[in-house]
Design a protein around this ligand. Structure first.
Ligand SMILES: [Zn+2]
Length: 300
């Protein structure tokens, strides 16, 4: 669930304790910069001009979630980043069903992309950021009736966040931004509580922030587009085209509730192109917010 409602929600930046920054980011910063995108991958059939329809043999095309994370760095480089005061971006979203036309991973795929964009944008502004390995175990309630939606306890999510932040805190990182695009109210509430607890436990600071409310670019989706509808399908088609069954998406009737097919909105109305200006603006807004937060904290 990566919903416009989530994107529109405006959140006050709250600094808790001293240092874990959590960033509830809209799922849309994605096209900014040239963070890893499907077309850049020479192994991707589309890059070779080969027409491929997904799913193929029952599977969507897979994309690397660990790209540009610290998992791809040698230990001394991670150590150096901590010593240099790099901020940490932590993608955190659940795996859940997204209708008959998408795979189970849009939320974490989109947040991982946002993190990559934010990292690149921040680097251009002189603020160093690293990306933690994405946490794809998070709270979900609205779509549990469908196969593919994991029922993860809030305590599990908090424990994972605590261990990730605690480990990186031990290495010297002090400021964490959780990048989460999942709009389930239960997730939003439990994540906020988890961030607060983790900040206190590890003596770091937590920020929950939203950039969309400050954007002048209007959300191009439809008003009742909540889950796996035009917006989310557009974003996935733009960034991870092998994760979208386009023919099925175009054939779906709009639903203004989750039942019966597990999406809420109008998947058939997806349009990857229409989202680009919005996505760019969100990405830049996110980098602005983090940079300002870092500057504010370093001068106070
Ligand atoms: Zn989603």
């Amino acid at each position: 669930m990566t919903s416009p409602g989530f994107l529109r929600r405006r959140r006050t930046i709250v600094a808790v304790g001293t240092a874990v920054l959590v960033l509830a980011v809209s799922a849309s910063a994605f096209l900014v910069g040239r963070a890893t995108a499907p077309g850049d991958d020479p192994a991707h059939p589309a890059a070779a001009g080969e027409p491929v329809t997904y799913p193929k043999d029952g599977f969507f095309r897979s994309y690397p979630l660990l790209a540009e994370t610290i998992v791809e760095m040698p230990s001394p480089a991670v150590d150096r980043a901590a010593k240099d005061g790099a901020v940490v971006l932590v993608p955190l979203d659940p795996i859940e069903e997204h209708g008959p036309h998408l795979g189970l991973g849009p939320d974490i795929y989109l947040s991982a992309f946002v993190a990559r964009v934010a990292r690149a944008e921040l680097a251009g502004r002189g603020t160093r950021a690293v990306i933690a390995p994405p946490i794809y175990w998070a709270v979900n309630k609205e779509t549990l009736a469908w196969a593919g939606s994991f029922a993860v306890r809030a305590s599990t999510m908090e424990a994972l966040l605590s261990d990730v932040v605690g480990s990186m805190g031990d290495w010297g990182f002090r400021r964490f931004y959780v990048v989460s695009s999942h709009g389930d109210p239960e997730h939003v509430e439990k994540l906020a509580a988890a961030m607060k607890a983790v900040a206190k436990e590890h003596h770091v600071s937590v920020l929950q922030a939203e950039v969309t409310g400050e954007l002048s670019v209007p959300w191009p989706g439809v008003s009742s587009d909540v889950h796996a509808g035009a917006a989310e399908t557009s974003m996935m088609a733009a960034l991870y085209p092998g994760q979208v069954d386009e023919a099925t998406a175009r054939s779906l009737e709009a639903q203004s509730t989750f039942v019966p097919l597990g999406y809420y909105g109008n998947p058939a109305g997806f349009d990857p192109q229409g989202f680009e200006p919005y996505l760019r603006a969100v990405g830049e807004g996110l980098a602005d917010m983090i940079a300002a937060d870092v500057a504010g904290n370093s001068t106070s």
